[in-house]
Design a protein around this ligand. Structure first.
Ligand SMILES: [Zn+2]
Length: 468
């Protein structure tokens, strides 16, 4: 992609006549000196930020000397570290837009603003190294296969110590640890002899399970993301700029920077059994891809199948690990189909007040959100490539969108396993039957449009509604 697209976007609104004439663009971009401003907060802000505010940067400025970042290079040294901080020397060396921490980046800003965290804080990484070193996969060196996470994000200290020593703010975007977990459904499965205590995966009769966990923050390689969705990179950059309140002007002014750390949630991988088995093509893999649904996953509301399907996925993953294979559950922070809980609850109200039938299920969401789903599974398979998964023996999901996204990435799925009927809460039939009608995989009954009118949710009988 050449750079002309972004200049086309910039010039009508922000002409840069002096751009080629001076090396000291910083001055032209400086928006005054904080000390000279009269805002009531100017005194307190001066305690944190003594210098001038650099609103944005442009290629070729004297303050711009990015460390090269060759996305898709298989050698981490050749690839280079992801540098996103605007602090100190790192500002000059930055090669990425956004901030670390995903959606938690804002809390870090708040901590600095209130004085809990110095602006020049640097983490001490002693003993933080992964509990398991995933073997490097061919996909780590393929700019088309991994576009939404940094394949070397867990090995920052190992690979980029010299940058850390030089005072640059390099941070991991992946962390790998291990834990014991206890889920009431697993405890019940042990009690009912569906799962056995083996002392290795299921460690005791209480149903405690050993698990390896991998947390991943999003790191987007913008040319790769735009290619995955089949959109122009300039259009993607413009949309990201406009619809984050203009928060990241360098999306427009720095076409040379190709990497963006977006302020969104990431994902967690839960691996049952020895983690090195995940990438072994000779053993079976059971996999559930789960998108966050806090109301069901944690609080067990019964309007959807999320928690039951998650528990079923974990149970099947454990069984596969106990059978000598591998079980993986990947949990994406995409609450309420990535529409968020406010939209989700508005939809619930509209469903319950409008006659909650399966034929109207998607229309209710579309009326409020404009679309029925914003999870856009196209980026999801990146984590499978990173883990070295080349085939899925048992896919514990009925979603056609997840299935298609994975298969399109060249990873075959040999078997799809629907949630067992007895695990579906009564009130969630509306959701699951509407989804099956819309293309979700099932081995059971598929309802016609006419029949869906008679699949009805519980309604609010016995509750007093708000009166106006
Ligand atoms: Zn749910």
């Amino acid at each position: 992609m050449n750079t002309t697209y972004s200049l086309d976007l910039v010039e009508p609104e922000a002409p840069l006549p002096k751009r080629r004439k001076t090396n000291d663009m910083a001055k032209t971009m400086v928006q005054g000196n904080a000390e000279q401003q009269q805002q009531p907060w100017s005194n307190s802000i001066n305690n944190r930020y003594k210098g001038r505010i650099i609103l944005t940067t442009y290629p070729g400025q004297s303050v711009v000397d990015p460390v090269s970042l060759n996305w898709g290079a298989a050698d981490p040294q050749e690839r280079g570290p992801v540098l996103v901080s605007r602090h100190g020397e790192t500002l000059k060396k930055r090669n990425a837009i956004g901030a670390h921490g995903g959606s938690y980046g804002i809390y870090a800003a708040l901590a600095i603003a209130i004085g809990d965290l110095p602006t020049d804080f640097r983490p001490n990484f002693q003993n933080t190294q992964p509990t398991f070193s995933p073997p490097q996969q061919p996909a780590w060196g393929d700019a088309n296969k991994i576009v939404s996470m940094d394949p070397f994000g867990h090995e920052v200290v190992k690979n980029y110590q010299s940058y850390l020593d030089a005072g640059l703010d390099v941070r991991p975007t992946i962390a790998i640890t291990r834990a014991n977990m206890r889920l009431s459904e697993v405890t019940e499965a042990v009690r009912e002899n569906r799962l056995q205590v083996d002392g290795s995966v299921v460690v005791n009769a209480s149903g405690d399970v050993r698990v390896t966990k991998v947390a991943v923050e999003p790191v987007w390689y913008l040319p790769g993301v735009s290619k995955r969705f089949g959109v122009d990179e300039g259009v993607l950059r413009r949309a990201l700029f406009e619809h984050t309140g203009g928060s990241y002007p360098e999306l427009i002014t720095r076409p040379d920077i190709k990497v963006f750390l977006p302020p969104i949630g990431g994902l967690t991988v839960y691996i049952f059994g020895p983690p090195e088995r995940v990438s072994d093509p000779n053993v079976k893999l059971a996999l559930r891809i789960h998108d966050e649904c806090n109301g069901s996953d944690v609080f067990q509301s019964d309007i959807c199948t999320c928690r039951p399907y998650l528990a079923f996925g974990i149970e099947e993953a454990i069984k596969e690990a106990q059978n000598g294979g591998s079980g993986v559950v990947i949990y994406f922070r995409k609450e309420g189909r990535a529409l968020g809980e406010v939209v989700k609850y508005l939809v619930y109200n509209s469903r319950k007040r409008g006659g909650d039938t399966a034929d109207k299920y998607f229309t209710r969401t579309e009326n409020i959100a404009g679309v029925r789903d914003m999870r856009f599974q196209a980026l999801m398979p990146d984590i499978l490539h990173w883990l070295g998964i080349t085939k899925i023996d048992r896919m514990l999901s009925m979603s056609n969108m997840k299935h298609d996204a994975i298969v399109e990435q060249g990873i075959p799925i040999y078997e799809r396993v629907p949630i067992p009927d007895h695990m579906i809460p009564e009130d969630s039939r509306v959701e699951i039957d509407a989804k099956i009608n819309a293309g979700y995989f099932t081995t059971g009954k598929q309802y016609t449009e006419e029949e869906l009118k008679h699949v009805k949710g519980r309604g609010w009988q016995g509750w007093e509604d708000v009166t106006h």
